[in-house]
Design a binder for this molecule. Structure first.
Ligand SMILES: *Cc1c(COP(=O)(O)O)cnc(C)c1O
Length: 552
């Protein structure tokens, strides 16, 4: 409530801009103070020795602020200050959702930071001259690329400021970088293709394996020594052990222990008793429509419907865990949490269901909770609408701990599937290109009508079966699924998802086949070490060696 006030209100917005300016300016002033102490006001080699990696658009106000500090405080001229700025700033984009790109109101920005407003206008004027030279007479393109979004309430597009003021722009997974270049930032990619590069995210194996899964850490170390902890390339050496029956037995026994720890956490948090002999099917992440917790709920309702109809052939008993927080102002996300809880209550109270299905919603999802959740998971749900999840890192934590993924071709899922092999990944759903191709004529009601399973699931939802004494509370969710403009295409991927879940059940029944897949997931997760990611930033963006050699 203090750091991320709900920015639905104007007051919340102003506080957030103040925070961003305070942190960006303090960081820059700290660096400049140390530079001046050592070098006086000679900034000739400043750019060789310093780099600022903009982690999303949040610190982008650092670009005009560095200009201000260099000109107004250090006495540099515009051209020298701009040269230093564009040789030190680099920008990492973290989202493809256009509504998540920051845009400050010009009125607010001018009131709070008048000097930075002047500098921003000057940056923009000089930039638009460049655009006009590259595309003479293309006024529409100048308007599209302008830092200032015109209108009754003009706004500053912080992502454009970040691209214009930086020498490097990167996305956080291969598909994400591709989509930035082809879509969101296509104009800028055409102007400066050399600025764009990919840095696929990673997670640290120290926290996300050694620390959180000591049992697995010991087993791996016994098999291949302990160098894998600091050398991600050595994960690969585990691959042959996927076919070692003794190793697989011990690997599975450790998973069962970790499932017991997760069972205890779930019971403490939500009073639901999981059973470690059932499959643990887990989706934990922020609650958002694009991440499609709703699709997961539709599958749960489908399984519930099957058991009630006695159609359990080929089914596998499951404990489904969903967890995550919703932003305070995101009403539909709060409603999704309510739906998950109501569905869980109906299912868990029905004794006919107990041997087949248990459902829990874990509140207060955090890194500390994830350290228990990832090691105890069998199936990792990564089911976002293709083209919407920039990378994901939860997917990597699960993989490292031997969970098998059911997922769409989105974010780093694509690279996870390539690393582990398509036979060890449960793929479903439309591709990012298919999603955009279908969108204009998307008709969810048609998808519902032609699929008996989805028709029954929607009937249960619409009959009020999960909100008997809470009339109409899920109307907004039902309307979203049935809307032709459902951005997230829930109904379009339902059939493909249900079929993929049936394949999961079939493989899970074969304990040896599942253990093999699980071991191969851990063995193929080395690429998703943040050590690899950080090295790539170092070599491709920060040119550390070079900067160290010039002056150590
Ligand atoms: C890893 C992690 C995330 C990110 O999860 P995604 O599935 O990639 O969205 C969010 N919150 C917590 C607490 C995490 O540990």
């Amino acid at each position: 409530m203090v750091l991320y006030p709900n920015d639905v209100s104007e007051q919340g917005k102003e506080l957030r801009l103040r925070q961003q300016y305070f942190l960006a300016s303090a960081s820059l002033q700290d660096v400049l103070r140390q530079w001046v102490r050592a070098n006086g006001n000679d900034f000739t080699h400043f750019a060789d020795k310093n780099g600022f990696q903009l982690n999303d658009t949040h610190p982008t106000v650092a670009i005009p602020e560095l200009m201000r500090l260099l000109m107004d405080e250090q006495g540099l001229c515009w051209d020298d200050a701009w040269d230093i700025t564009t040789k030190t700033m680099a920008y990492t984009n973290h989202t493809l959702l256009p509504e998540a790109l920051e845009a400050w109101s010009v009125a607010l920005f001018r009131e709070l930071l008048p000097r930075l407003m002047d500098i921003t206008y000057e940056i923009n004027a000089r930039f638009l001259t460049q655009v006009a030279q590259r595309w003479p007479g293309d006024c529409y393109r100048q308007q599209r690329m302008s830092i200032i979004e015109e209108g009754d309430h003009p706004r500053i597009r912080m992502a454009y400021m970040a691209i214009i003021g930086s020498y490097s722009v990167n996305g956080v997974a291969s598909l994400h970088t591709d989509l930035l270049a082809r879509g969101l930032f296509a104009d800028f990619y055409q102007l400066w293709p050399e600025k764009f590069n990919n840095k696929t995210n990673g997670v640290t194996p120290r926290r996300w394996l050694s620390h959180c899964n000591p049992g697995l850490k010991s087993l791996i170390t016994e098999a291949i020594g302990d160098q894998w902890i600091s050398d991600y390339r050595q994960f690969e050496q585990l691959k042959p052990f996927a076919d070692d029956v003794q190793f697989a037995k011990r690997f599975t026994a450790i998973k069962q222990q970790n499932k017991q720890a997760l069972t205890d956490l779930v019971f403490k948090n939500c009073g639901v008793r999981f059973d470690i002999d059932m499959m643990f099917d887990v989706q934990v992440k922020r609650i958002h429509e694009y991440k499609r917790q709703l699709l997961n709920v539709l599958h749960i309702i489908h399984l519930y419907d099957r058991v009630r109809r006695g159609d359990t052939e080929g089914m596998e008993p499951r404990c489904v865990l969903i967890g995550g927080k919703a932003a305070p102002g995101y009403v539909l996300a709060k409603t999704i949490i309510k739906l998950i809880n109501n569905v869980a209550q109906v299912i868990n109270r029905d004794h006919a269901l107990n041997d087949w299905l248990k459902v829990a919603f874990i509140s207060d999802y955090s890194v500390t909770a994830m350290e228990i959740i990832a090691p105890g998971t069998d199936l990792s749900e990564q089911i976002s609408t293709a083209g919407k999840e920039a990378s994901g890192t939860g997917n990597m934590k699960f993989m490292m701990n031997g969970a098998v993924t059911i997922g769409t071709l989105d974010g780093a899922n694509i690279e996870i599937r390539e690393a582990v092999g398509e036979e060890n990944f449960f793929l479903f759903g439309l591709t990012a290109d298919e999603v955009e191709a279908i969108r204009p004529e998307y008709d969810p009601n048609h998808s519902i009508d032609e699929d008996d399973d989805l028709t029954r699931v929607m009937s249960l939802l619409e009959s009020g079966h999960f909100n008997l004494f809470e009339d109409g509370i899920f109307d907004s969710i039902i309307a979203a699924i049935r809307s032709h403009s459902d951005l997230w295409m829930i109904a379009a991927d339902f059939r493909s998802y249900i079929d993929a879940q049936a394949r999961v059940a079939e493989i899970y029944r074969d304990k040896q086949a599942w253990a093999r897949m699980s071991i191969l997931n851990t063995a193929s997760s080395g690429y998703f070490s943040s050590d690899r990611t950080i090295n790539e930033y170092k070599e491709d963006i920060w040119h550390r060696e070079l900067k160290n050699e010039t002056n150590s």
